[in-house]
Write a new protein. Structure first.
Length: 202
């Protein structure tokens, strides 16, 4: 019987090393990765901006309801003072949980929000008064932006709901000048009245 011969027994050293990538193959991989990054990074940034503005809108609405509850319980008008220049607002007369000697200030321009507070219009100033009955005492609107994503909140005097409008901007902005490229859907959110009765207080 003839023994089988291992054809590779005397093969030259290194003959089984895997084939290396060629320069063309490396270039193709880099091109593909660049294309994928160009597609995914803007989408991630857009999703992050939507999350930020929606979180800021929910915070504002929650604080409006909380302030309405405080006003209703005290049977006295309470005010939320918006400062678009500093991207924050103050719950006037409500104690800060950080410094009891100061009013409660909510900073929208820093984490976890990191948004721009723009186009605040409430009468002659940037204050939203809430009556002792827990109802909005003035009409007005404000816009929250992050990148090209924006949300407009519209408040109506005496109403127990606010309208939220989705907006797309032509370019990012960090001041009151915004140019809308398109509008999305609108939705309503409960504010004051029955909604405020369910809100906690500081």
């Amino acid at each position: 019987m003839t023994p089988r011969t291992n054809k590779n027994a005397h093969a030259p050293a290194g003959s089984h090393r895997p084939r290396a990538f060629t320069l063309i193959e490396l270039v193709m991989v880099i091109v593909i990765m660049s294309v994928m990054a160009a597609i995914t990074i803007p989408r991630f940034a857009s999703a992050s901006n939507r999350y930020r503005v929606d979180a800021a809108v929910q915070q504002i609405l929650a604080d409006v309801n909380m302030t309405a509850a405080v006003a209703n319980r005290a049977s006295a008008t309470r005010t939320i003072s918006f400062d678009p220049d500093s991207d924050n607002y103050t719950l006037v007369g409500q104690t800060s949980p950080v410094n009891p000697a100061e009013d409660w200030v909510i900073e929208l321009g820093v984490e976890p929000f990191g948004v721009n507070l723009a186009r605040v219009t409430f009468g002659a100033d940037d204050d939203l008064p809430i009556s002792g009955h827990g109802l909005l005492a003035e009409s007005g609107e404000l816009t929250v932006t992050a990148g090209r994503t924006a949300r407009k909140i519209i408040f109506t005097q005496g109403s127990t709901s606010a309208t939220i409008e989705d907006l797309n901007l032509t370019e990012p902005t960090d001041d009151d000048t915004i140019v809308v490229s398109s509008s999305g859907g609108t939705r309503s959110a409960a504010v004051g009245g029955a909604a405020s009765a369910m809100s906690g207080t500081p």
